[in-house]
Design a protein. Structure first.
Ligand SMILES: O=C(O)CCC(=O)C(=O)O
Length: 293
């Protein structure tokens, strides 16, 4: 698994949450899906349906659940998320912080696509791109219900433009790929998580998911982490809705970007250099090639 991780720069199907924890998250989600939730002003973004109206499909997409529901707050600090994240990113002296969280929920039969994209294409208001995404399945995911898919090796690609602002135009990314990238795209793979499992991916990794035509919902919560030291890269308003306006160059921090984990002084985190570097990194410790045997 570690050998594959180094080459592809994603790490899929890691067991993390118990059936009881998943049950709690689903119960919390039922509350969060109420557009009139009493704490609704705390969402950074809330779309009960972000899919284009003409598609006849539905994608619930929202940022900020952790500020509204205790269980979504607590999951951010789960060692099963934070420890591998620090190993994968290289945490820097100040550890790893929350960038933001997200919910992606597809109802039965009419669940919408999430168009192919790189996360970094959207995150231009911070720099450098030292981020990591953790996709947590609340339902078993398969091709039929709109599972997460990756394009292996795409973490080495430059940042591509956003081709579908609201994720509705599934294959629009093909319009900006060169021939080599199109050949890689043909090798895209379904991740096939089971409920409670997590998949970790690099911010340049191209990913997306097809519609949910099955009889059951496909629900996921996503944690986007940032290496401490990332800075604000805009002087045109807040980095997110509901965030204070900060000066260009301000370090990421404050109550909206809490530290999720730190490596104590003098301890070698054992991970590769920051995942923002779109190059093959020489892994150390448990991520080294020869550690697999
Ligand atoms: O839920 C999906 O299908 C896509 C979610 C996503 O973009 C992500 O996990 O980064």
């Amino acid at each position: 698994m570690f050998r594959e991780t180094r080459r592809r720069r994603y790490l899929d199907a890691v067991d993390c949450f118990s059936p009881e924890q998943v049950k709690r998250l689903k119960a919390g989600l039922t509350e969060l899906m109420d557009p009139e939730h009493p704490r609704k002003e705390l969402w950074h973004e809330y779309h009960s349906n972000e899919a284009p109206a003409e598609s006849g499909t539905v994608l619930m997409h929202a940022l900020g659940a952790w500020r509204i529901h205790q269980d979504y707050h607590d999951l951010l600090f789960h060692p099963g998320l934070v420890v591998p994240a620090m190993q994968l990113m290289g945490p820097g002296p100040g550890g790893v912080r929350l960038l933001h969280d997200q919910l992606f929920c597809k109802p039965p039969r009419e669940g919408a696509v999430v168009a192919w994209h790189q996360d970094l294409s959207y995150w231009t208001r911070w720099t450098p791109g030292a981020f990591l995404t953790l996709h947590i399945a609340m339902d078993d995911q398969a091709v039929e219900n709109g599972a997460l898919h990756y394009v292996p090796g795409s973490h080495r690609w430059d940042v591509l433009p956003v081709t579908s602002q609201h994720f509705g135009d599934m294959d629009s990314i093909l319009g900006v790929l060169d021939d080599g990238q199109k050949a890689a795209f043909a090798e895209r793979r379904c991740v096939s998580l089971t409920a409670g499992q997590v998949s970790f991916h690099h911010p340049n990794t191209v990913h997306g998911s097809y519609g949910n035509g099955s009889d059951a919902p496909r629900r996921a919560t996503v944690v986007n982490m940032a290496r401490d030291g990332v800075r604000v890269n805009t002087d045109k308003g807040p980095t997110m809705q509901g965030a204070p306006v900060e000066p260009f160059g301000a370090p990421i921090g404050g109550p909206l970007h809490p530290v999720l984990g730190v490596v104590p002084d003098g301890v070698d985190a054992g991970g590769p250099p920051p995942c923002s570097e779109p190059v093959e990194c020489v892994a150390t410790g448990p991520w080294a090639l020869d550690a697999e045997a």
